[in-house]
Design a binder for this molecule. Structure first.
Ligand code: C5P
Length: 400
């Protein structure tokens, strides 16, 4: 089991670090908590000592004979700072070392991960954003804060992700995933769009968003900065991911174009509706006395994947499509998929055979990856998270 340093800096969210600590210790890891002085206003050292079973110190001038400012960082397998305040991020980015935590960050040779939490204004401040960029460019993992209720009545981006989510991200980092998407911006679409007929009825599909979220989690574990455009996904939000919620194909289209503009890779894992009702009726459509059902006229939606390929500029992000296929009398699953890859113009196409209820909403998936260069890779049957990593392996090969 790993030796983890849990740095706690001075934000109200430091109380959530107690739960994170429990998750880490209960799964067998040895955790040394290193709080900052200001964090002790929120959670006292006694809590950390009791929960971790290890001594707690803040400064570098106690137990000097043990040289803790060097030893703790040197012997760690992971340094995880949660919550990371704007101040701690700034100190880390600039290499300051005025307490035990910042000394530990300077001596750590292991992966370092920050889970920031602060008010939206502080997070969006150019100084904080520059510090985050710097830390990421050095190979550190900086999770995206969640959106939600902040300290007071205000809400916005800046909330500490849920302890279980930070824990999941930490486990990935500990698993030694290569940080081969570090410094890259990736965009993933997830879920299924809904096209409303009237205020209560819609045309939808069975996509759960599991594959899209697994792709997002895997990309975070490999160091990417990740945006997920999520169409009606009710799963827990993956930690460290910027999630943009949408409902309809038109909204998905708009948000994908915005997010993809400066992306290094785009994965269209969502299932946008191919058709939408030609008109939206403001009031609920009523049954008629004569029992005649209404006729619904459908129009075709734009193909977002095709548009994203067409909109590529000189930066040329790697673009990945998904195809849920069934074979038929005219051609096999792969033949249909090869034709689709050519039609869409993307670099890679993940082909799922969805005959007989396979894939949708399931934990596991099996797929074939077709490359525009003619390559064919058969993925082993396994969890969607494994498939996600295999997709990123193929994307990484094609970056630059
Ligand atoms: O043509 P088909 O729907 O099978 O293609 C699937 C791929 O195209 C997926 O990557 C899906 O996200 C994308 N798609 C799209 N816009 C649509 C329909 C599908 O981007 N309107």
């Amino acid at each position: 089991m790993a030796s983890i340093v849990l740095g706690v800096s001075g934000g109200i969210a430091s109380y959530k670090a107690a739960e994170l600590l429990r998750l880490l210790t209960e799964s067998g890891h040895s955790v040394r908590v290193v709080p900052t002085e200001s964090s002790l206003h929120f959670v006292g050292a006694a809590t950390w000592e009791a929960l971790s079973g290890q001594p707690v110190q803040v400064g570098v001038f106690q137990n000097v004979e043990e040289v803790p400012h060097v030893r703790i960082g040197q012997s760690a397998d992971l340094v995880l700072v949660a919550p990371a305040t704007a101040n701690t991020l700034a100190k880390a980015a600039h290499g300051l070392a005025d307490d035990l935590l910042t000394n530990t960050l300077l001596t750590a040779r292991c992966p370092v991960m920050f889970a920031p939490a602060m008010h939206t204004e502080m997070w969006e401040n150019a100084a904080t954003q520059a510090n985050v960029e710097t830390l990421r460019s050095r190979g550190h993992v900086v999770l995206e804060p969640a959106v939600g209720r902040l300290t007071g009545v205000d809400t916005g981006k800046g909330r500490l992700p849920a302890p279980a989510e930070i824990y999941a991200a930490a486990v990935n980092v500990l698993a030694g995933r290569e940080q081969d998407l570090m410094g890259r911006r990736v965009v993933v679409s997830a879920g299924g769009t809904r096209e409303f007929l009237d205020p209560v009825r819609y045309l939808g599909n069975r996509s759960s968003g599991r594959q899209g979220f697994a792709l997002a989690e895997a990309a975070v574990a490999r160091g990417a900065s990740v945006t997920v455009v999520a169409a009606n996904v009710s799963l827990p939000r993956p930690a460290g991911v910027d999630v943009v919620d949408v409902v309809s194909t038109e909204q998905l289209r708009e948000q994908m174009h915005l997010a993809a503009a400066d992306a290094d890779a785009v994965v269209m894992a969502a299932a946008p509706a191919d058709f939408r009702p030609a008109e939206f009726v403001d009031a609920k459509i009523k049954k008629t006395a004569d029992g005649v059902a209404p006729q619904i006229h459908l129009v075709e939606n734009p193909d977002i994947l095709v548009e994203l390929v067409a909109a590529r500029t000189s930066k040329r992000p790697v673009i990945v499509g998904f195809a849920a296929e069934t074979g038929d009398a005219t051609a096999s699953v792969i033949e249909h998929a090869r034709a689709k890859l050519a039609r869409k113009g993307c670099d890679l196409l993940v082909v799922n055979d969805v005959s007989a209820g396979k894939v949708f909403g399931q934990e596991d998936s099996e797929a074939v990856l077709l490359g525009a260069d003619g390559s064919v890779t058969q993925f082993a049957h396994g969890p969607k998270s494994d498939l996600a990593h295999q997709v990123w392996d193929a994307v990484v090969q094609r970056l630059d």
